[in-house]
Design a protein around this ligand. Structure first.
Ligand code: NAP
Length: 306
């Protein structure tokens, strides 16, 4: 029989990293798994995280690295192993990866969320050929070119601001006439002279042979369809929780988020949720790290009581 850990942490975004720091300080025997090479979760794709206290203007990549280095200093580093499934065997959680099977008394699910897709023609076909979900990663390929950003949230607006610094022109295509992004970001966007808003418009298709040539959009009020000539399309229409593999383990809400409160407690004893993966009002780095700490406290309480 393999070793039974006190705690398994799944995910190395801000929630998972903070959980690892707290678990290390609590001297819990912990196994930590992450599917990607880079730690930091979604912030790695964010150019600048300007609302994390004490670190104004830090890049997402730097913040992820700094947090991960903190956990490593405490003695914990994630194993790069994507989790395939979790099952319960007499209260012990069995975590299966391609190569291994880990056993733990408690689990913190901190696998975050991923980019939502538009699901329109050309999106998949031209992915990597002008279609991107990460302006921080791919923006540099579009220097002095024309691009469109789709979406009206923080990510879309941040992406548009970033791209406006190097691109010739940036269209922001949004399905309503009001942005969802924070006001401070909206003000910065409004000051970017090479940004043009395309309001009340939904993308119908991304067109081009071998590379993006235009974005076909429809005005939701007039029904007018037009093509916008662009070299790139950056899609920033929100996130979807990475919960598909946990469907049979914990209860999810209608949008796929794990139902859990601030303490991370789910309806499955010994299983806790932290960060963007759980039901919550505000998905930010600062709320994710708080979740990581809370989930470890809940796991410790569970271990004491069971
Ligand atoms: P978001 O806030 O959910 O915004 C998604 C945007 O995409 C919305 O404007 C939405 O339009 C639009 N949209 C959704 N589905 C669409 C579709 N099928 N077609 C066209 N447009 C569509 O998502 P996000 O900007 O990716 O941000 C994700 C989360 O991360 C948010 O909670 C955000 O606050 C957080 N975040 C935090 C930071 C930070 O801490 N600094 C930075 C970036 C993001 P509607 O407005 O009409 O719904």
């Amino acid at each position: 029989m393999s070793e039974i850990y006190d705690l398994a942490i799944l995910g190395a975004g801000p929630a998972g990293i903070c959980a690892a720091i707290y678990a290390a300080r609590a001297k819990m025997n912990t196994i930590w798994l992450e599917k990607k090479f880079v730690q930091g979760g979604q912030i790695v794709d964010t150019y600048e995280v300007d609302n994390y206290p004490g670190l104004p203007g830090i890049t997402g990549l730097d913040l992820g690295e700094t947090m991960a280095a903190h956990a490593e200093k405490m003695g914990l580093k994630p194993k790069r192993e994507p989790v395939l499934a979790i099952e319960e065997e007499n209260k012990v959680k069995v975590i299966r990866t391609k190569k291994n099977e880990y056993r733990a008394k408690t689990v913190i699910l901190a696998c975050g969320a991923a980019h939502r897709q538009l699901g329109i023609p050309g999106e998949e076909e031209l992915s990597g050929m002008g279609v991107s979900y990460c302006a921080t990663c791919d923006g540099a390929f579009f220097q002095d070119r024309t691009v469109a950003v789709v979406g009206g949230g923080n990510v879309a607006v941040e992406d548009a601001i970033l791209l406006s610094r190097t691109c010739k022109k940036v269209y922001v295509v949004h399905r309503r006439d009001e942005l969802r992004a924070e006001k401070i970001l909206q003000e910065t966007l409004a000051s970017c002279e090479n940004v043009e808003m395309v309001w009340n418009s939904i993308p119908l298709a991304i067109e081009g042979t071998e590379k993006v040539e235009s974005l076909k959009v429809k005005d939701v009020h007039t029904g007018e369809v037009k093509g916008i000539s662009v070299d790139g399309v950056f899609i920033a229409v929100g996130i979807l929780p990475n919960t598909e593999k946990f469907r049979n383990l914990v209860k999810l809400d209608e949008s796929g988020y794990i139902i859990a409160g601030e303490d991370g407690v789910t309806d499955t004893p010994g299983v806790f949720a932290a960060g963007d993966i759980r039901t919550k009002k505000l998905r930010q780095v600062v709320t994710a790290v708080a979740d990581g700490a809370n989930a470890v406290a809940s796991a410790q309480r569970y271990l004491m009581e069971n």
